[in-house]
Ligand binder design. Structure first.
Ligand code: ZN
Length: 338
């Protein structure tokens, strides 16, 4: 997981970069926030030739957090607002993309209302916050199928440089598992397996660490960019104070990274069969500063006993590594021609 400490440090750095409206709080931080007076006042649907549009009206500026899940296909926005007196819902009568839109309390985090857009099938989407108008729009469009190269590369990884950051290391241990083991060890073991698989298939690999040592993303990200890596993968394991929380999630920030996140997440879901917690757009330092498609994977919750046992298992780590490699290949085959 990305600890609040780092997020706080990030907040300070970004406070200096003006003209960016940024919401940075992690779900955990949100939960600890004071009660808010902000609320959601309405949901409206509209459409034009190209998109279905969901308008979420609020009483103030709120930047929600996005999640996209595959099973069932849905877009979920988390708003840090007080519980609603009455939940809202809209049936999309004539939409080919949207089944229905409704609000519900976030089942896992207090003082959060989720707007759930259930889709008939997978779709593309953009979230647009209109500053000053207190409206958040979700524009939902059909997935633009990439035009894959006519000759599909037999070895899509050949000649590619993949940067892998095994999360944490050294004094930064990351989260602790249910039985007290540090996240950094799980990350490194999985990363080394992934590196081997990628090398076997013709890729070069740059690892930010190959053993247990301190790393600093403000130092290694410029290096990853200088080396012109084709893809960046951050490997973390998830943690939450409640042991009941489990599942697989993947983070991305740049829009170009979204299909990479989708391919890797889908492959991890197939391999692990755990709960789909979705692909999430978040501004983490590494995904924000990477000049190439970049994602952070969080395959399992090590604070959940069942998933900790999986994460410790060498065979499961290999499954995760293989799934990530497959996801990268699918992305390269479908999105990259050179
Ligand atoms: Zn982590």
């Amino acid at each position: 997981m990305f600890p609040a400490k780092k997020i706080a440090a990030l907040l300070i750095i970004l406070a200096f970069s003006a003209n960016q409206a940024l919401a940075f709080l992690s779900l955990e931080d949100w939960k600890n926030e004071k009660e808010t007076n902000l609320t959601i006042t309405g949901l409206e649907l509209s459409k034009d030739k190209y998109v279905d549009r969901v308008a979420i009206k609020t009483t103030g500026w709120i930047e929600p957090k996005e999640t996209y899940t595959f099973n069932p296909p849905a877009i979920i926005l988390d708003f840090p607002v007080a519980p609603l007196k009455k939940e809202l819902s809209v049936l999309a009568k004539s939409s080919k993309r949207i089944k229905k839109v409704y609000t519900r309390p976030n089942p896992e985090v207090k003082n959060q209302i989720q707007v759930v857009v259930e889709l008939w099938k997978e779709a593309d989407y953009e979230v647009i916050n209109i500053f000053g108008k207190n409206i958040c729009y979700i524009e939902i469009s059909d997935i633009k199928k990439p035009v894959p190269p006519t000759v599909k590369p037999k070895m899509p990884l050949a000649g590619k440089l993949i940067a892998i950051d095994p999360g944490h290391g050294g004094g930064d241990v990351g989260a602790f598992s249910a039985s007290g083991k540090p996240e950094k060890d799980f990350c490194l073991a999985t990363a080394l397996k992934l590196a081997q698989i990628l090398r076997n298939q013709g890729a070069s690999v740059y690892l930010t660490r190959e053993k247990d040592k301190d790393t600093n993303f403000r130092e290694f990200m410029p290096e990853v960019n200088d080396k012109k890596a084709d893809i960046f993968i951050g490997i973390h394991y998830n943690a939450f104070e409640s042991q009941g929380i489990s599942g697989t999630e993947t983070f991305y920030f740049n829009r170009e990274s979204k299909p990479l996140a989708a391919y890797v997440q889908q492959n991890m879901l197939n391999a692990l069969g755990r709960r789909d917690r979705g692909i999430k757009r978040r501004m983490h330092y590494v995904t924000h500063h990477a000049e190439m498609p970049s994602i952070i994977i969080e395959p399992l919750y090590i604070t959940n006993r069942e998933e900790e046992a999986l994460a410790e298992n060498s065979k499961t780590q290999s499954k995760i590594a293989n799934a990530v490699a497959e996801g990268i290949k699918e992305y390269l085959i479908n999105y990259r021609t050179n």
